[in-house]
Design a protein around this ligand. Structure first.
Ligand SMILES: [Zn+2]
Length: 66
């Protein structure tokens, strides 16, 4: 079966290692961007590339936010 094309930006969750879609970018008070995992709700700190969430791509995750 062919793999479906990613419709949005995605990232690999650092906690549960699942592929998750970026819903929205959220920002901490310190100005760090993170995306919430769809599976375990972990806050994954991501590198914002400047692309909007609808532009397909895989985001590098740099860490977890407690
Ligand atoms: Zn997760």
């Amino acid at each position: 079966m062919p793999q479906p094309m990613p419709l949005a930006q995605q990232f690999i969750c650092k906690k549960c290692k699942s592929l998750s879609n970026v819903q929205t970018y959220e920002r901490t008070r310190e100005g760090t961007y993170f995306c919430v995992c769809q599976h375990c709700a972990a806050k994954n700190q991501v590198v914002r590339t400047g692309a909007t969430p609808s532009q397909p791509g895989l985001l590098p995750v740099t860490g977890l936010i407690q």
